[in-house]
Write a protein that binds this ligand. Structure first.
Ligand code: FAD
Ligand code: SF4
Length: 511
């Protein structure tokens, strides 16, 4: 007779819902595959996060009385072969993976190992594929429409068919600069146990070197102590702490950047959501409860719900529908190599240096730093999208293909034009308005050409000039091109010369 084992992968650590909850008496299989972790020069905190969370999950489930088969092997194929050799009558039940082509690869590996596998839906998301496909049946993706659709479908922040407060968004209240004396509440930190320390040590010993790029965590880049939640209990505490102490300020300052505040009032919940330690509905409902209890204002709560109910769900489906072409999309034909300073942090540009240092320290930077510093520079410099995507995948603790690729290739670098209506290109003007970086920078934010002129400025104009044939007809770019038209030939010659000089400096490690 066929027996069933629930197989959960490292980014599906869900116990109280999904296949594990539905099959309380069946064993659990977890496979730690080292070769998977060698695919890229991953940040050590990302590997520690996944492996430590798996090991903690193993212990929690076993302590609750369930049989757990835990395989530490070189590859998934090896783990599956070992499993089916020991349990030839077994059928695996697992959640459908998000990564493009992963389902087919898993099926092939299981078949090769002599077993069978059944896929069930992924409870880490609220919008089912069929529901999204029906919504997107005209082939147009507009995030705002999708978000309103999801608000109506779920009833979150709705009073009958109207949005609570009368507006669908409160963006006009959410672009504030914090006053100088503002300090955000400290994010929660954890006293990690021996399992986490041992995993961190093993990661450092096992996964260093052998890559083309300088590895994170080498002698020149000692990361901070590992800080991310690895158990459901810790994740729930992190959610509770965010909602109670930080959510109120999340909205107004969500687009602001400050050099001395790496987390601002962001939730730092993406790792827990992406691993399944928290589920989106509980996160959203907890935030709404804070609004109802008067703990956080509507503009902050709506802004947060929009990220989780809107963007996170939306991008997951865009990825599902637009792969495999999305990962190599490059509609602007950008071909520059990713400058080495993205790996080393070795640049005089204060904004990039600080944000990259943060990624090297903790595998994280908040949304606006990802979009308007790291991706914006890549966009106007002309980095090939796949190269920046690879860098994000390697460096971020919360990076998984389904979420990194649409964010980097499409939102950040305007690679495909499937949902982005224009590129997020900006000069030092924007960086200066939203951050305090420029005052401490050896480059001059107001200069476009000449010695020490801010690289963002010449690259920004050069970007508009180089891509004029693709972008001028976009009505959302009209204002930008009216400024392009105001520049004379001499000015353009200087801009092009400065842009070329900046590329040379970047290639030679002197920017
Ligand atoms: C270039 C670029 C790369 C990114 N790469 C990733 C990535 O690899 N993994 C990842 O989870 N997110 C990614 N994002 C989205 C977003 O920046 C992060 O989810 C967020 O910064 C995580 O920090 P937080 O938990 O403090 O988020 P908060 O700012 O507190 O937002 C709350 C939650 O909303 C969700 N969310 C917000 N924006 C997005 C978005 N654009 N896409 C998907 N979910 C969103 C996340 O689950 C996040 O935890 C990327 C964005 C950009 C522009
Ligand atoms: S002057 Fe330019 S390089 Fe320096 S911090 Fe400002 S935007 Fe960044």
């Amino acid at each position: 007779m066929l027996a069933v084992t629930v197989w959960l992968r490292g980014d599906h650590l869900v116990r109280h819902r999904g296949p594990l909850a539905r099959r309380p008496d069946e064993p659990l299989l977890l496979i730690e595959a080292e070769s998977f972790a060698r695919k890229l020069p991953y940040h050590p905190h990302k590997l520690t996060l996944i492996f430590a969370a798996m090991r903690q999950f193993r212990d929690t489930v076993a302590d609750a009385g369930r049989t757990v088969h835990y395989r530490q092997v070189e590859s998934f194929g090896e783990g599956l072969s070992a499993h089916f050799a020991d349990h030839p009558e077994d059928r695996l039940v697992t959640t459908a993976p998000q990564t493009d082509g992963a389902r087919e690869r898993i099926e092939a590996l299981v078949t090769e190992a002599g077993g069978s596998v059944e896929f069930v839906s992924d409870e880490r998301f609220l919008c089912e594929p069929a529901q999204f496909d029906e919504w997107a049946s005209d082939g147009r993706y507009r995030h705002e429409d999708f978000y309103r659709f999801m608000r109506r479908e779920t009833g979150y922040l709705m009073a009958d068919s109207d949005p609570i407060g009368g507006e669908w968004n409160y963006d006009d209240q959410n672009r504030e600069t914090p006053p100088e004396d503002w300090t955000p509440a400290e994010p929660l930190s954890f006293d990690h146990d021996e399992v986490v320390h041992a995993t961190a040590e093993w990661v450092t010993e096992t996964f260093t070197g052998g890559y083309d790029e300088p590895p994170y965590g080498g002698e020149w880049a000692e990361p901070e102590p590992f800080r991310w939640p690895v158990t459901r209990r810790q994740a729930v505490r992190a959610l509770d702490h965010f909602v109670t102490h930080r959510l109120a300020d999340f909205g107004p300052y969500q687009d602001a950047m400050r050099g001395d505040e790496w987390a601002m009032s962001h939730s730092l919940l993406s790792t827990s959501l992406n691993l399944g330690l928290l589920l989106p509905d509980e996160v959203i409902e907890r935030a709404i409860e804070a609004y109802e209890d008067g703990v956080a204002p509507l503009n902050s709560v709506e802004g947060f719900v929009r990220q989780v109910l809107g963007w996170r769900e939306f991008l997951r489906h865009v990825y599902r529908r637009e792969m495999p072409t999305l990962s190599t999309a490059n509609q602007l034909a950008a071909e520059e190599k990713l400058p080495e300073f993205y790996w080393t942090g070795d640049t005089d540009m204060a904004c990039l240096s600080d944000v990259i240092d943060g990624v090297r320290q903790r595998g994280y930077s908040h949304h606006i730093e990802r979009l308007m510093i790291l991706a914006n520079f890549g966009l106007i410099y002309g980095v090939e999208p796949a190269q920046l995507n690879r860098w994000f995948h390697a460096g971020y603790v919360d990076a998984f293909h389904w979420v990194t690729t649409p964010n980097v290739v499409e939102m950040g670098l305007y690679g495909a034009g499937v949902f982005a209506t224009k590129p997020y290109a900006a000069s030092a003007n924007y960086v200066d308005k939203m951050s305090d970086y420029c005052s401490d920078c050896p480059y001059y934010k107001t200069k476009t050409t000449g010695e020490s002129a801010c690289p963002f400025n010449a690259l920004y104009w050069d970007f508009l000039d180089r891509n004029e044939s693709s972008l001028r007809s976009n009505h959302r770019m009209g204002l930008m091109y009216s400024h392009v038209d105001n520049k004379g030939d001499e000015e353009w010659a200087e801009i092009r010369e400065r842009a070329e000089e900046i590329r040379t400096m970047a290639r030679e490690g002197e920017l």
